[in-house]
Design a protein. Structure first.
Lengths: 307, 386
């Protein structure tokens, strides 16, 4: 066990954690407002990657975008923007069609519905786009920096800083804006918030736009980082990001971020020192242990159940 | 006054048309595979057996999801435990007891695999007792994945992704199969192994139905329903939530194990890929589609989801229906099935959450707004009568 390997795995873990954190934010936002696990969220991550691939492929036909550094930057910006808008809209649609009719149903109903949405979206991509792995182009020049024995590249820096920036933006949005206040009120008590004149449906729709949009960003990052995407790519990261949200304390934004980085680092270290075949087992075992021993998570408050 | 019998006799309550329907269905289930066998259509015989396995699984999961109201997204793990323990322990038995044990391996290992799976159910159930609803669902999902990943990586035991049996080993044909093939075959008709297995699986289905029916009206069954509807109220009337939940997990898992070992010995090959998350979801889908907590519902769900796409595919290839359905169209329908199942789950939850053949109790529970109306009505009536 050398320090160099630990350092390298820490860097890899941070990158992985950045992506987990972005997805976990979506789980935690929706859970905070609706008290439901949006099982279809992993498909938002996947859809984001596919929309991103489509936009990138179309835009890279123009030499204007690929010619200069500024062009590439513009192209990436357009890609991220389109993917967030498209996937955000998809999220709103899913909520409208699959979850809203079940708002007063027993809690099992929306969960099963969400599983249905998840299967539907996966199969739709499998049947209408591609059943195979598709290569994902990367336009960020990967420059490696050697910090002692540890190598860091620009893509890793990009992913980690992007996730940190988006968290900061989201945090400000929730704590400073009128809509953010409405969201916080809704998550505390939906009915009371409605009585105070908050348009609950608008708050829920906004939540279902922001969450999937962040998932889409993570999807594109994942595509660039791993170089390929496939229709069922969302499942494992989805479950792990949910784990991250639980580790941090579900319903808590900063907790989701902390949980994401924690899980990413633990997983990378486990892959480096135990066995890469078992790294998923370790993540799932952590999920089970956290749920049993500290269901409130690291930053979550313990909720007293009312009868 | 004569003492009222609380147990209503189901046999007398069932209308004659229902009896007739059940008899027709039973006859079809008994005869159709033989017809297909005579037509040399081994594929359809195989599909019938597969549907039977899924009926056992759906009925088993129905105990957990339908009766006890605990959403288990890792049910396939018990199926895997049954299959792996059955095949591995069967081979251990062969090595110890020699070739003479071979015909008895399946029959001897059937209860063992069931107990191993039920034990796994208790092992999973114990730590997650405090969780409920969606948390429980996620943990069971994680558990299912853990079992699959271990089966993939623990090569010494499971031979990893290459699957069991290993090159030097074999999965023996059970006693009875050879006898049937030699004695019941004629010059034009072979009583194939698939057909034999179909009848074994059919018998297992009947045993499962009997078992689950007995549970339905037992003290334990009523405790499950009480717990599902209101855990706190159930606990307050003296139901031990811990043991009641554990019973649900272990008795549900038991049938997963039975299905698993039967599949393993029938197909003669198991690999971790047969036990992925998607299979768990399919079984949940069967229970939901048919009707949570309903025995005919779970069976119907299994028939629809495991059988319908294959039957459509078959009809497309047969001469009889070629005018309505080309093979290409039938294949396309087969490919779109999961898409349709996903959509069906969403539609069913919004439109008919109680499923196609609901249990009456569960149907009332899933329409809370009606219950609210009833309460309001009764409140009005009681206030009016004052």
């Amino acid at each position: 066990m050398s320090l160099a390997i630990i350092g390298q795995q820490l860097v890899n873990g941070l990158t992985l954690g950045g992506m987990y954190a972005l997805i976990a934010l979506g789980y935690t936002l929706v859970y905070g407002i609706m008290l439901m696990i949006n099982f279809a969220h992993s498909e938002m991550f996947m859809s984001g990657a596919f929309v991103g691939l489509f936009v990138l492929t179309e835009l890279s036909r123009f030499s204007f975008f690929t010619g200069s550094g500024l062009g590439v930057l513009l192209m990436l910006l357009l890609t991220f923007l389109t993917a967030t808008v498209v996937v955000g809209t998809l999220g709103v649609l899913v909520e409208r069609l699959a979850y809203r009719p079940l708002r007063h149903a027993p809690r099992l109903a929306p969960l099963i519905s969400a599983i249905g949405v998840s299967i539907f979206l996966q199969q739709a991509v499998l049947l209408f786009v591609s059943a195979k792995q598709l290569p994902f182009p990367n336009f960020i020049t990967v420059i490696k920096f050697n910090l002692g024995p540890v190598t860091v590249n620009t893509l890793q820096i990009f992913i980690v800083s992007l996730s940190l920036i988006l968290l900061a933006v989201l945090d400000t949005f929730i704590s400073r804006t009128r809509m953010g206040k409405a969201m916080r009120a809704t998550s505390q008590d939906r009915d009371a918030a409605g009585l105070m004149g908050i348009d609950i449906n608008r708050v829920i729709s906004t939540t279902f736009f922001i969450g999937p949009a962040l998932g889409a960003v993570a999807g594109i990052c994942s595509g660039m980082y791993y170089g390929s995407i496939v229709f069922n790519m969302g499942f494992i990261p989805g479950i792990k990001s949910f784990t991250a949200a639980v580790i941090g304390g579900i319903g808590n934004l900063r907790g989701a971020m902390l949980g994401g980085f924690t899980l990413g680092i633990i997983e990378s270290l486990a892959a480096g020192f135990v066995s890469s075949g078992y790294k998923d087992v370790i993540a799932f075992a952590i999920l089970i242990l956290v749920l049993i021993f500290r269901p409130g998570g690291l930053l979550g408050e313990s909720v007293i159940e009312k009868v | 006054m004569a003492k009222m019998d609380v147990k209503t006799n189901v046999a007398t309550r069932m209308p004659p048309w229902k009896w007739a329907l059940y008899i027709v269905l039973a006859l079809a289930a008994l005869v159709l595979p033989v017809v297909f066998q005579i037509m040399q259509n081994l594929f359809m015989v195989h599909i019938f057996g597969l549907i039977g396995i899924y009926v056992v699984l759906a009925l088993g999961l129905n105990i957990v999801v339908g009766y006890a109201g605990l959403l288990d997204l890792g049910y396939i793990a018990f199926y895997a435990m049954g299959a792996y323990s059955g095949v591995i322990l069967g081979n251990v038995g062969l090595q110890i007891l020699g070739k003479g044990f071979a015909p008895w391996a399946y029959w001897a290992m059937l209860p063992v695999a069931a107990v191993v799976a039920a034990g796994t159910g208790v092992a999973l159930g114990t730590p997650v007792l405090r969780l409920k609803g969606d948390y429980l669902a996620i943990v069971t999902l994680g558990f299912g994945e853990i079992v699959r990943i271990i089966a993939t990586n623990w090569s010494q035991l499971t031979n990893g992704a290459a699957g069991l049996p290993r090159a030097a080993e074999f999965v023996p044909a059970p006693a009875g199969q050879q006898w049937v093939t030699t004695h019941l075959s004629t010059s034009t008709f072979t009583f194939s192994a698939d057909l034999w297995w179909y009848y074994v699986i059919g018998a297992l289905c009947l045993v499962t139905v009997f078992f689950v029916r007995r549970l339905d009206n037992s003290r334990l069954g009523r405790a499950w329903i009480a717990m599902r509807e209101d855990m706190v109220a159930a606990a307050s009337v003296g139901i031990n939530i811990t043991t009641t939940k554990l019973w649900a997990f272990s008795l549900g898992a038991l049938w997963g194990g039975v299905g698993g070992i039967t599949y393993g010995y029938w197909i003669g090959f198991i690999s971790p890929e047969s036990f992925n998350f998607f299979e768990s979801v399919l079984i949940v889908c069967m229970v939901v589609l048919g009707g949570m907590g309903s025995i005919p519902g779970a069976a119907l769900g299994a028939v629809i989801i495991a059988g319908l796409p294959e039957i459509i595919r078959y009809l497309g290839q047969s001469q009889l229906f070629s005018r309505f359905l080309t093979p290409d169209q039938a294949n396309a329908i087969g490919n779109y099935r999961y898409l349709v199942f996903g959509l069906l789950m969403v539609i069913m939850m919004a439109w008919r959450p109680q499923g196609f053949l609901p249990s009456s109790r569960r149907a009332r529970e899933l329409h809370p707004e009606d219950e609210l109306l009833l309460e309001e009505e009764s409140a009005e009536i009681s206030s009016a009568s004052l």
